[in-house]
Every structure is written in structure tokens, then in C-alpha cells.
Design a binder for this molecule. Structure first.
Ligand SMILES: *Cc1c(COP(=O)(O)O)cnc(C)c1O
Length: 345
């Protein structure tokens, strides 16, 4: 007898999404050239499209969000300059210290508050005076969404005012900025207009297999292009992957809403499990955070793995909804978690 294979439900991240059939067709049919010569029409189209969609003069396509963030930091800051950044931000904590290693740029990390913001007062107090003892503060880098939280719009306006008054630049790690715009139900430019540069991941909820874009002024992007080449990021016939990125930006932004709805559905299901003690703040855009302690998380992850449901165990465990998890899959997850807590724990 042939055994029916059960679908694997992977809740670790929205990076696990597979390209859509439309993307595969676009990739196969892409017109390409040598992008290092500036001759790949599909890369050029993606860069133009991204710049326009995010409200900037120019954009550059790169292999990953880590690289677009690094390009931004290298383009904004010189050796001995400093950027102010969240202690828990990707650009500080999860990018291997690239700005320091490769750019001699000093990070000034500040604690991220529970709502995802940095204290404006702390940022202001941290800006170093022009004095030979200090690194030169040049940039503030924010992240939106951060741990699934869409930053409050009035905070972005206030931060813009602060950086302008102190002559600093403002970068957004917008790996999931479209989750923020969908959450606020606004055009993404309402968010990006406060920033001098924005990086966006095409390979998360937007489902492209690879890639990220950095948007900014023509001058900033020209500088980023030099750095990208130096880092080994010149990609030749990159139009084959840029084609998927174009589909991502054109067709896959609105679908993020269904990830948010599935996150809410998962949250509502898990809320019934007393042991998890979920409260309203545990659901944020396309993520649900479950705080059950690291040992229980390990046991739960093992139980779920036997049922073809994959999670990354952690004291605060992040469950991420994405294109390849349907509403029915959410029901399967909720049932499996419920069964674990009634039969095992
Ligand atoms: C995923 C992510 C990045 C970039 O990650 P890559 O894997 O290098 O594409 C940057 N910032 C945030 C907040 C992210 O979630």
C-alpha cells in the first residue's frame, strides 16, 4: 500500500517559502545580460521598479538583506563613523558585525523597548559631540517590522525630525517593511518617506528564492554599487533571479494580508491552550510568539516534528506564517499543540 505523504509545515521563518509558479515562468523567460556592465535588462527593470515603488531615486539588487544592509552602512558611514542601532536589531546582532569588520564603522547599540522603538531621548543623548575623543555619529538604523512589530507611524515622524535636527542620516532595515505597510493599511511610501535608505527582502513573505534591494538617492546607490562589487556581489546574468524579485514586488505584497490573518487564526487557536498563556501582544503581523520556557519548547518541538510540523524551539518561540502555510495547516498545528498539552505535558 502506498503511504500518503503528509505535508511538512515549516513555521521557522518566512524565508522557507518556495517560488510561485509565476516566478518560475518569469525566471525561465527572463531577458538577461551582464549586470556588472549594467546590461541586464531584468535587473535594471527590478531596480527601477523597486525605486519607484518605495519612493526613491535609485535602487540596487543584491544577494541578501545582510548585504543590502551592509551596503547601506558602508555607503552612509566612513571609517571611524558610528551608527546608532537597536541592541536586538538585525543590523547589529545578526549580521556578523559586518559594519565593524568590513567598514571600521562603530555600532552604538541601544536597548529596543517592548514596542520595538528606541527611546528618542536616549538616541539624542547618545549622539556624540564633535570632539577628537569620539567616533563621528552619522546614522540611525531602524528595523520595521521588528520581531513582527510594525513601528508606530508617529514614532517614525518623530525620529525623522530628530535626525534632521542633528544632521544624521536614517536607514531602515525594511526586510519586512511590506508587512508593516499591510498592517497599517497604507502605501509603503508612507513609511519609507522618513528614511534616506531602505533595504527590503524579496525572499521572505514575498516568496522570491533569492535577493534584496536597497533604495536611496542616486549618489548613495552609486556608492553602494562600488561596495557591492568589492564584496564580490556583482552577479552577471542576475536577471534570472531578479525576474522572481519583480514578480515578488508586483504580485506578492497584497498576499501578506493572508499571512497576517493566518497568524491571528493560529493565535486564536493557541489561546485556548492554558499552558501557553498567550496574550494579545503575542500575535504581530505574520508571527506568533509562544513563551513556554526553553525545556517545554524542546519537548514540544520534538512532538511536532514527529507530526511533520517544524519549529525552532526557544524560550520565546517564534512561529512564522507564510505563503506555504494555509488556513487548514494552521488548524493542524493548533490541534497538534493542543494534543501535546493534554496528553504529554
Ligand atoms: C532576514 C532579515 C534580514 C536579511 O537577512 P538575509 O538572510 O541576509 O536576507 C535583515 N533584517 C531583518 C530584520 C531580517 O529579518
Amino acid at each position: 500500500m502506498k503511504s500518503k505523504t503528509r505535508k511538512v509545515i515549516d513555521l521557522r521563518s518566512d524565508t522557507v517559502t518556495r517560488p510561485t509558479p509565476d516566478m518560475l515562468v518569469a525566471m525561465a523567460e527572463a531577458a538577461v545580460g551582464d549586470d556588472v556592465y549594467g546590461e541586464d535588462p531584468t535587473v535594471n527593470e527590478l531596480e527601477l521598479f523597486a525605486a519607484k515603488k518605495l519612493g526613491f531615486e535609485s535602487a540596487i539588487f543584491a544577494s541578501s538583506g545582510t548585504q543590502t544592509n551592509l551596503l547601506a552602512l558602508l555607503a552612509h558611514c566612513q571609517r571611524g563613523d558610528e551608527y546608532i542601532v537597536g541592541q536586538q536589531a538585525h543590523t547589529y546582532k545578526y549580521e556578523g558585525g559586518g559594519a565593524a569588520v568590513l567598514g571600521s564603522i562603530q555600532p552604538q547599540p541601544l536597548e529596543v523597548r517592548p514596542d520595538g522603538t528606541l527611546s528618542l531621548q536616549q538616541v539624542e543623548e547618545t549622539i556624540k559631540p564633535d570632539d577628537i575623543h569620539f567616533a563621528r555619529t552619522k546614522l540611525v538604523a531602524l528595523e520595521n517590522t521588528i520581531a513582527g512589530r510594525a513601528l508606530p507611524m508617529e514614532y517614525l515622524a518623530a525620529m525623522r525630525e530628530l535626525v534632521e535636527s542633528r544632521n544624521l542620516a536614517l536607514h531602515l532595515d525594511g526586510a519586512r517593511v511590506f508587512n508593516a505597510s499591510v498592517y497599517h493599511q497604507i502605501d509603503v511610501r508612507e513609511i519609507t518617506r522618513y528614511f534616506d535608505s531602505v533595504s527590503v527582502c524579496l525572499s521572505k513573505g514575498l516568496c522570491a528564492p533569492v535577493g534584496s534591494v536597497l533604495c536611496g538617492s542616486a549618489e548613495l546607490i552609486e556608492s553602494a554599487r562600488r561596495w557591492r562589487k568589492m564584496l564580490g556581489g556583482g552577479m552577471r546574468q542576475a536577471g534570472y533571479v531578479a525576474a522572481a524579485g519583480l514578480v515578488a514586488l508586483r504580485d506578492n505584497v497584497e498576499r501578506l494580508q493572508s499571512d497576517h490573518e493566518n497568524a491571528t487564526k493560529l493565535f486564536n487557536g493557541l489561546k485556548e491552550v492554558d499552558a501557553l498563556n498567550l496574550h494579545a501582544d503575542c500575535v504581530r503581523t505574520n508571527m506568533v510568539f509562544v513563551n513556554c520556557g526553553s525545556q517545554a519548547a524542546e519537548r514540544l518541538a520534538g512532538w511536532l516534528a514527529e507530526r511533520d510540523i517544524i519549529v525552532s524551539p526557544a524560550a520565546s518561540m517564534r512561529l512564522v506564517l507564510h505563503k506555504d502555510i494555509s488556513s487548514r495547516d494552521v488548524t493542524r498545528v493548533t490541534k497538534a499543540v493542543g494534543e501535546y498539552f493534554t496528553t504529554v505535558d
